[in-house]
Design a protein around this ligand. Structure first.
Ligand code: SF4
Ligand code: SF4
Length: 386
């Protein structure tokens, strides 16, 4: 069965426009006078923020529009994600930034780190020093200290407290939310998949800042709808459409051109291995350890971002995703001037080809649409090679 007359998965008037949906979500909290804090990275400990009754707003931007303004200050040869996020701020056009009363920033890559210096005097900003050698014995201790310092910053800035009991229940609730997200992603592992990249992306965008209490009823309903699709024999793409796993830098907004090109070339995206996709919902918080901040630190430090060295967890997680989603090809999405992901792609490509015997394609791009045709030619050639 194809997707004609198929009911939209979320069907709330914002399907295909996840930023609009999340904006409504944040606004609904703003109306209730809940404090809002901006975050920039997958390492921001959302469960701590939520345990304190604060709402996280993701400030990473994916639009090409503010880049020209950003380039009046930042070098043109910088990652578009950083330029876009900064451009929105200097132009005063980011509603998420406008609603944030404070900002949490993390020392991941150099470009982001230096950009934070340029915005640090606009709003109260807390920079988290992220240990980048995650396997060293002191890394976990240092990261836990940083999370405790963040807690102090949030307490002072927002006059909010969170007991260990509250933080523990926030972790346990997040585990439940993440398990349901995994159930949603399981529908992409079916052959052929019954959920599209756009739907996974839509759900993930909302699930990231939302609490488990808010998300669990929504996710439960979505799972029922997806089960119904399976019963009805619905699937995306053709049974023999090439299945694609996209790894690499975060993909959102204008960068979703990569997913659109894959689809237009006859492929189906079955796994989104990035902070804007599945990565945010992977892993589990250890429960009832008596040290919830320690458990939180452990889970966050395991995020396999290319800013870590060595980053062997990325390859291990990639292997697990390949086993689970059974892709026919891997596309490594690298944003221009993102040196960490760009250099790491050599190891990723080698791992994919040697260990899994799968075709691998690295694409380096930005938020402009000038290379769409070229991307299409390369992706079509990749599919023909299967
Ligand atoms: S890719 Fe790395 S730096 Fe970027 S949001 Fe994810 S964890 Fe943070
Ligand atoms: S995509 Fe790369 S360069 Fe851009 S913000 Fe993320 S880690 Fe930094």
């Amino acid at each position: 069965m194809n997707n004609n007359n198929l009911e939209l998965l979320m069907n709330d008037g914002s399907d295909g426009e996840p930023a609009k949906r999340v904006l409504q979500y944040i606004k609904s909290h703003q109306i209730k006078k809940h404090p809002i804090v901006g975050i920039y990275c997958g390492y921001a400990p959302i469960e701590l923020i939520q345990a304190m009754g604060i709402v996280p707003a993701v400030l990473c931007a994916f639009s090409n529009i503010p880049i020209e303004a950003a380039e009046t200050v930042l070098p043109a040869n910088l990652c578009p994600l950083i330029k876009s996020s900064y451009g929105f701020i200097i132009e005063g056009t980011c509603p998420f930034y406008a609603m944030s009363q404070a900002v949490i920033a993390e020392t991941t890559c150099d470009g982001k780190k230096k950009m934070f210096e340029l915005i640090a005097d606009i709003k109260p900003t807390f920079v988290m020093d992220l240990p980048q050698l995650p396997d060293e014995v002191e890394a976990l201790k240092n990261w836990k200290t940083m999370i405790l310092k963040l807690k102090g910053f949030l307490e002072t800035t927002f006059d909010r407290q969170a007991s260990d009991e509250l933080i523990e229940s926030s972790l346990q609730a997040a585990n439940q939310k993440n398990q349901l997200m995994q159930k949603i992603f399981d529908f992409a592992s079916l052959k052929p998949p019954v959920i599209s990249w756009q739907e996974m992306y839509d759900v993930g965008f909302l699930a990231l800042p939302s609490t488990a209490q808010e998300m669990i009823p929504i996710l439960t309903q979505l799972i029922e709808k997806l089960e119904m699709r399976v019963k009805d024999g619905f699937h995306y793409g053709k049974p023999d459409s090439p299945r694609v796993l996209v790894t690499g830098c975060p993909v959102g907004g204008d960068a979703t051109k990569i997913f659109k090109v894959i689809e237009a070339s006859g492929g189906v995206v079955v796994a989104l291995d990035a902070c804007t996709g599945m990565k945010a919902f992977m892993g589990e918080f250890q429960e009832n350890t008596g040290d919830p901040i320690g458990a939180m630190s452990e889970r966050y430090l395991k995020i396999p971002c290319a800013c870590m060295t060595p980053n062997h967890r990325r390859l291990e997680d990639l292997s697990a995703m390949i086993d689970r989603f059974k892709p026919d090809v891997i596309i490594d999405f690298v944003l221009q001037a993102c040196h960490s992901y760009n250099v790491e792609s050599y190891k990723v490509g080698h791992h994919v080809i040697e260990k899994h015997g799968l075709p691998y394609l690295k694409v380096e791009t930005d938020y402009a649409d000038g290379d769409t045709e070229q991307l299409k030619t390369r992706i079509q050639a990749l599919f023909e090679s299967i």
